[in-house]
Design a protein around this ligand. Structure first.
Ligand code: FE2
Ligand code: FE2
Length: 136
């Protein structure tokens, strides 16, 4: 387990009824924590960029998986959930671009950006993804 954790996994996040979605959430939490720990241990920028790229790819795969379950939601909730995914991927891609650009690369700045992404993600799992799996 990482020394520095941004996202603490708990039963709270275990959404009943869909093992794959739970496993993917668990894995994504782990990647965010790995990234956070690496930043705090003064890890090199290439490693930080590399993990962020994996996080982006896995998040894309996870969202695609969730979107196969959207038929369970009313149309307006599908639209909203899809929009959340789109905005999050844009924010994560922008974070990766900033890392690549080397502009404003202080530990404080990177940490703030990662914290904001992590907060969004945690809230999304609890408030949006929970609606996807509860009707299984
Ligand atoms: Fe999710
Ligand atoms: Fe979602």
């Amino acid at each position: 387990m990482s020394d520095h954790q941004l996202l603490q996994w708990s039963e709270h996040f275990n959404l009943s009824g869909h093992q794959l979605i739970n496993a993917q959430h668990h894995q994504l939490f782990g990647l965010v924590n790995q990234l956070y720990d690496l930043i705090h241990r003064g890890g090199d920028i290439e490693s930080i960029i590399s993990i962020t790229r994996v996080l982006l790819q896995q998040t894309e795969g996870h969202f695609a998986e969730e979107e196969t379950l959207f038929y369970r939601l009313p149309r307006d909730e599908q639209t909203l959930h899809l929009l959340h995914h789109k905005h999050y991927l844009e924010a994560l891609s922008a974070f990766l671009e900033r890392l690549n650009s080397g502009v404003d690369m202080s530990v404080e700045s990177i940490t703030d950006q990662l914290r904001s992404l992590a907060d969004w993600y945690q809230s999304h799992v609890l408030h949006s993804d929970s609606k996807l799996v509860t009707n299984c």
